[in-house]
Design a protein around this ligand. Structure first.
Ligand SMILES: NC(=O)c1ccc[n+]([C@@H]2O[C@H](COP(=O)([O-])OP(=O)(O)OC[C@H]3O[C@@H](n4cnc5c(N)ncnc54)[C@H](OP(=O)(O)O)[C@@H]3O)[C@@H](O)[C@H]2O)c1
Length: 263
């Protein structure tokens, strides 16, 4: 063990699990957050099977509840654990015209993807800045760069994460802090995301990247203290297009990704 602790939300599956795997490989103690205890236990079993001696702590918490960030912070403090790396990965989306989608689902998307991310960042970043060490990985998306019709609320939360992260990165530089914050902007990635978002048969889902490859690029960027990670050529194209094209054209391009995949 390297005696450092990483707290990873959304760590029971997909990109979050693969990020937890990177930390476990580098002998961090990993604290895994997600709602379902059975899936957290399975994630812990897989990590302990692959990395002998890794310490895995499970935190079954629901980040769609406003009180969860404070409860998580209280729980890590109660255990006397300093968080050296925070990964805000938990997130989900929904697909459909805004006039048709369920309001409560979208309020939960905002709470998990944006509000809880800000709240956890506030709680742990203050401690990191006081110690002048630590790193935070925010999981955005290629949807951070463009309005996304039929995933309007989801993409808006990811644009929020990008704006928030870039602003705090600037503040950390002004404060001459050694703490770093990195945003990972995955392209469509092969995880449960599309199933949860009711977007399984879309073009985006049909050319999804591997969660392991995406997580490894994000982890390397985090460890390098890079500002952003754009895994795959597709993510880089999304980013550079957003600098060149008007939002109306970007919205059309994003929308085509949610059309039915060709058989
Ligand atoms: N896959 C993609 O194409 C893609 C592309 C760009 C960005 N992303 C982003 O990557 C992140 C990870 O998604 P993924 O693709 O790896 O999807 P995933 O496999 O569905 O993983 C989502 C994780 O978040 C947890 N989670 C969901 N709701 C939660 C809640 N209310 N409280 C606590 N944990 C919760 C899930 O566990 P429980 O269900 O047990 O809570 C799971 O561990 C998300 O922020 C997503 O927006 C994904």
């Amino acid at each position: 063990m390297n005696n450092q602790t990483a707290l990873i939300t959304g760590a029971s599956s997909g990109i979050g699990f693969e990020l937890a795997r990177c930390f476990a490989r580098d002998e961090y103690r990993v604290m895994l957050v997600a709602r379902h205890l059975d899936e957290l236990q399975e994630a812990a079993r897989l990590l302990q099977q692959e990395f002998w001696g890794v310490e895995v702590l499970l935190l079954p918490f629901d980040l769609s509840r406003p009180e969860t960030a404070e409860q998580l912070y209280a729980e890590t403090s109660r255990r006397g654990l300093q968080i050296d790396a925070l990964v805000n990965d938990a997130g989900f989306g929904e697909t459909g015209y805004f006039t048709d989608t369920d309001m409560q689902t979208e309020l939960n998307i905002i709470q998990v993807n944006a509000t809880s991310l800000v709240h956890l960042t506030k709680l742990y970043l203050r401690d990191m800045v006081r110690r002048n060490e630590g790193r935070i990985l925010q999981v955005g998306s290629v949807a951070s760069f463009a309005p996304s019709p039929c995933q309007a609320v989801y993409a808006a939360t990811k644009a929020f994460v990008l704006s928030f992260t870039e602003a705090v990165q600037h503040e950390l530089k002004q404060q001459k802090s050694a703490v770093t914050m990195t945003i990972l902007c995955p392209p469509p990635t092969d995880t449960n995301f599309f199933h949860v978002a009711h977007a399984e048969n879309t073009r985006a889902a049909s050319h999804a990247a591997s969660a392991r490859a995406v997580a490894e690029e994000g982890y390397d960027a985090l460890m390098d203290g890079a500002a952003r990670s754009l895994p795959t050529l597709g993510a880089k194209v999304n980013f550079f297009s957003s600098l060149l094209l008007p939002d109306s054209m970007l919205a059309t391009l994003m929308n085509t990704q949610l059309h039915a995949a060709e058989k």
